[in-house]
Design a protein around this ligand. Sequence first.
Ligand code: GLN
Length: 542
Amino acid sequence: MHQNNYHKKTKFIIITGGVISGLGKGIAAASIGKLLNSRLKIIPIKLDGYLNVDPGTMNPMEHGEVFVLNDGGEVDMDFGHYERFLEVDCKSDQNLTMGKVFEEIRKKERKGEFLGKTVQFIPHVTDLIKSKFFEVAKKEKADLVLIEVGGTVGDIENELYIEAVRQLKSEVGSDNILYVHLTHIPIPSGVQEQKSKPTQQSINMLRERGIQPDIIIGRCEQKLTDKIKNKISVFGGIEKNAVISGIDVDNVYKIPLAFEEEGICEIIHRKLRVYSPPDLTSWKELLNNINEPINEIIIAICGKYTELNDSYASINEALMHCSAHTKHKINLKFIETTDIENNKKTIAEVLENVSGVIIPGGFGSRGTEGKIEVIKYCRENNLPILGICLGLHLMVVEFARNLCNLENANSTEINSLTPYPVIDIMPEQKDIENKGATMRLGSYPAWLSEESLAKRLYQKELVHERHRHRFEVNPNYHQTLKENGLTISGTSKDGRLIEFIELKNHHYFIATQAHPELKSTLTEPAPLFLGLIKSAISKSTL
Ligand code: GLN
């Protein structure tokens, strides 16, 4: 029924996971796409089993960073990998969640669209899921759709997705679909050899659900031995050379190269006829730069979710991209700013040997006074600093308090009773009650002023970056801030929204209301991050 609805030649690669979660299905999917993408239009789709409509309302401690797309979609952080590896802009309808699926089923049922039928998981829900695949394929004119099924096979919340991707085969024809299963090959400490049993069992679970995988990627700390490949091949009914080592690497950008070495492309090509080898020369050169740094620096990230690297995943990535372009190893130092507030540590102590500082985005008041102290230190000691979103807010607060004489100035997010609300919620945000998808989200343009650092870094006047926030610099204070020496270097077209601020006569003091880390790629690092690193390097070698 969907056949004539989609771009006819589209092929599908389905990626499922087994044994344990957290094996990196997103990176595996993105790596496969990277290897196949020289002439193909590859569109990723991620299927999440949770009942939230999107991850926007989830705590990053639980779910990792919320990734924001150009269209304002708040999506799973795997989209960061897709965009960085495939260098495409994804759309929010490429992240399907059970929250979205059931919301739509319920709406359809209320509208009477099921024509008196009993609405059932099969076929109605699975049909709806498949229709989403075809809609995306058609809209994007995709040559290849990569579908990553979240979780591990056997999870109740993902069963409907597994069933939908099983049904897909008979709709698109077996020459147009390929199933990849990512599993874990443990090396138990007692026996010191690779074990295939969990993988065998996981393959069996897939087969019980009607899916015979074409490729197995076995995540392991070592390359898979011939013996283990044989075993998986025999027990899993898979060609031996389609059992691929998913070896642990220190840098995710190496994974496409590791897969390529294992011959994954030939296997995919044999079935789908889609392979046109990409030129990976510059990718390899950039990776070499990371592997053979000429020097190293320390960059501090002041945050509150310091326990979990995933909340700052895109910042980590952006710094990795800068490392590739500057041939410097970037050592990250996470600073829990509540320690500064509680006088557990002095600023000079925490910033010892640090060549540059990032104040990342965030929500709520915890740790903000400590961050403000760090900002003051950087401003007064000419230490390079980059502020992102909440970082910009706090840099404005520090400037207002210490250079504009506005004592106790603050953001109303932190102190609603501040006498000087230099950062405030915008009028259009005030009456919003729903928490989901109601922030200023997605890509917005900013005009950069002549002779600003921002314009020098971007090399253009009009830039587009992604946003995710409710609060903004209060327009009532623009004039005061300017008069006291803050450079407002980028704004919305009408000048009402401040997008970039900076300080002249400082080595590197810049902040943006946006999240430039979300668009950074290995080949094109985010200009503000590259500027920070170059500045930190030149400072550290002075
Ligand atoms: N909490 C701030 C706001 O909502 C900043 C958000 C952010 O840093 N992404 O405006």
